[in-house]
Design a protein around this ligand. Sequence first.
Ligand code: NAP
Ligand code: SF4
Length: 684
Amino acid sequence: MTGTAPRHPKYPHLLQPLQVAGMTMPNRSIMGSMHMGLEEKKGGFSKLARFYAERAEGGAGLIVTGGISPNRAGKLAPHGATLMRSSQAAQHREVTDAVHASGGRIALQILHGGRYSYHPFCVAPSKGKAPISKFSPWVLSGRGVERTIRAYVRCALLAREAGYDGVEVMGSEGYLINQFLVRRTNHRTDEWGGAFQNRVRFPEEIVARIREACGPDFAIMYRLSMLDLVEEGNGWGEVVEQAQVIEAAGADIINTGIGWHEARIPTIAAMVPRAGFAWVTKKLMGQVGLPLVTTNRINMPEVAEQVLADGCADLVSMARPWLADGDIIAKAVEGREAEINTCIACNQACLDRTFKGKVAGCVVNPRAGRETEFAKESDSKLEGRYAVVGGGPAGMSTALELAKRGAEVDLFEAREGLGGQFLLARQIPGKEEFAETLRYYQHELDRFGVKVYLETRFDVDRFTAAKASDQPYAAVAWCAGVRPRIPNIPGADLPHAVPYDAVLRGEVEVGKRVAMIGAGGIGFDVADFLSHAHGEETIEGFRKSWGIDGDLETDGGLEAPDRPSPERELYLLQRKEGKPGKGLGKTTGWIHRLTLRFRGVKSIPGVTYKAIEPTGLRIEVGGKEQFLEVDSVVFCSGQLSNNEPVGALKSAGADVKVIGGAKEAYGIDAERAIREGFEWARSL
Ligand code: NAP
Ligand code: SF4
C-alpha cells in the first residue's frame, strides 16, 4: 500500500503515492464526484474534458466523475446522463484521453438514484416515496433486481471501454444501493431483503460481478454509507459487515458516505466544522484491509494532511475544493498554499445550481466549469493604469484580474482594511471560511503588484490630478458596493434602531430582546449571529447540537440533540406573507431555517411596521396591532448601491465601469460581485 518515493517534508502522508489496481496514484488526494451539469449539455464533453484535464494537471491523485446512471430508471432527472451503449462510451473518450494526456487518472461514478430519481419511472427495493421527492417508486421485482445488477456491470464494462481507470460504485447518500441496505427502505421478504446478509447482497453482487467482468487491473471504489443519519439506518455493526463483504467481493478502495439526502443534519455545508466527519472513517480503520477514503469539509491541504496523520484514513476525497481551485494539490507540492483559492462550503454556485438543473460553477472561482470559455491566464496583455474603487469582493476580483493581465492597478478602499462584505460575512457563525477568500485576495493582489490605498476615498479630484499627469487612468472600475437600506418607519432614527453592518462590525451593542426588520439572507445571518451558542463550532459541539451519536451505538447514528437554551429573544420580521427564508440557498436554506427554529427565534410574516418606540416596535399583523417589547431593532431590510460620484466622474471625462452591488444592489452576493469583476477585466 505504501509507495517508495521520498516523503514530502510538509505533507508526508498526503503526497505519498499509492498503487491501486492497475494505476499508481502519485498522492492520496481524490477529486470527489460532482455533477457539473455539463454531462447532459450539447458540447458538454469537450468542456468536461478541459475541466478535468486542468484538475489532473493540478495534482489530483484520482478524479471521480459526476454520477452516471447505468440505466434509464436510475437517471437522477428525466434528462440525466446514462452509460448504456458503446456510442455513449465513445463520447467519454474525449474526457479520458484529455485526463490521461495531462498525466491523470479518472474513474466513472455509477449512480442509480432509486427512489431519489426525479421522474415517474423511478424504482426502489420497496414501496414508499422519499420525503424529498414527489414521485412514488415502482418496486423492483426479483428479475428487476437482476437486470439492474447487470446494468451496473454493463456500465462498468463501457466505462473501461471508454478509457476510464476504474469506477466508483455509489453505495451511499440514500441512493438505490443504500435503499437496499437499510430497513428504512427495504421491506422485501425475498433474498434481497430481511436479514442484513440479504440486504447487502445487492452491492455485493454488483461489486463481485464488475470485478469478474472487468478484470484485476480495473479499479473499483465503493462509496459506503458509514453514517446514514436517518431513522432505521444501519448500525455500526452493519457498516463493518458491509465493508468486509465489499472487500471480499473484490473492491480496491472504500470511500466514505455521510448522511442521506433526506437527512435533516448538515453534512457538507459551511457550519460543519472542517474534517467534521473524519472520526467516522477512523472507526472503520483496521476493520478491513482496503485503503479507506475520508471526506466532507476537508478544504485545504493542511487539513487533509492532519486527517491522514491522525490515522483517520488512507486517502482524502475533496470535491468542491477542486472547483474553487483546480491547482490545490500542485500548489501544496510547491509550497504555494497562500495562493490557494479555498472553498468556503457555501454550496451557492455548485450544488444549489446542480439541484436546479443548471451548470455548476463556483462563487470564488468564476472560471470553474467555464475553462473552455476563459483561458487559465489571459494571453493578451493589458497596458495602462486603472483605478479600482472599493476593496470588497467586486473590487478585489477586478483589480486582481486587471493586474494579472499586466495593467498597473490602484485599488482604493475607504475603510482601514480590504474585504468589504467579506469582513461582515466572516463574523457569521459557519461563514468563517470567508477569511480564507480574503487571505487569497490579499496575497494575490500583493503578488501581482496591485497598489492598495486604504482609508482613501477616490474622487473627481484624484481622477483629474491623474488625468493631468503622465499616468492618467485608462478606466475607473467603480466597485464601491452597498450600504444598508434604512426603511421609512417613524422612530427609525432612535438610538436603539441600528443597521445590520454596525451590529456585525461590533460598533453597537444590542440587548437581550431584538427585532430584525427584514428576513432575507442578511436577516437570517444576523439572527444566527445573535443566537449562536459558543462551542457549536467544534466537532463535539456540532455533533451535540445536531444529535449525532459520537459513539455510533445507535442505528443511523442519531441521538437526541443537546442544545443550550437561547440567551436572547429574537423576532425575525417581514412584510411578505409566507415562510421567511424562502429565497435562501436550495441546499442550505433548510439548515438556516431549522437552526433558527431550534433557537426559538420567532418568525413573523405579513407585518406592517407602525413605529419604532423607545421600549419596542409597534407592528400590525393580520389587521391586529401588536407591540413587541424589544431593546434593539436591527435593520436587515435590503441594501442600496453606493454610486453617487459616478456621474461626476463621467462628467470629468472618466471611462467608468460600475460593477457588483454598486451597479445593482438587489440580490447582490459574492458570486455576482466576483464574476462581474473577472468578466469585465477579461473583456478589455
Ligand atoms: P433580501 O434577501 O432581498 O432581503 C431583504 C429583506 O428586507 C426582505 O426580508 C424584505 O422583506 C425586507 N425589506 C426590503 N425592503 C424593505 C423596506 N423598505 N422596509 C422593510 N423591510 C424591507 O436581501 P438581504 O437580506 O439584504 O440580502 C442581500 C443578498 O445577500 C441576498 O440577495 C442574498 O443573495 C445574499 N445573502 C444570502 C445569504 C444566505 O443565503 N444565507 C446570506 C446573506 C446574504 P419584505 O419586503 O417582505 O419586508
Ligand atoms: Fe465551494 Fe461555494 Fe465554490 Fe461550491 S460555490 S465550490 S461551496 S466556494
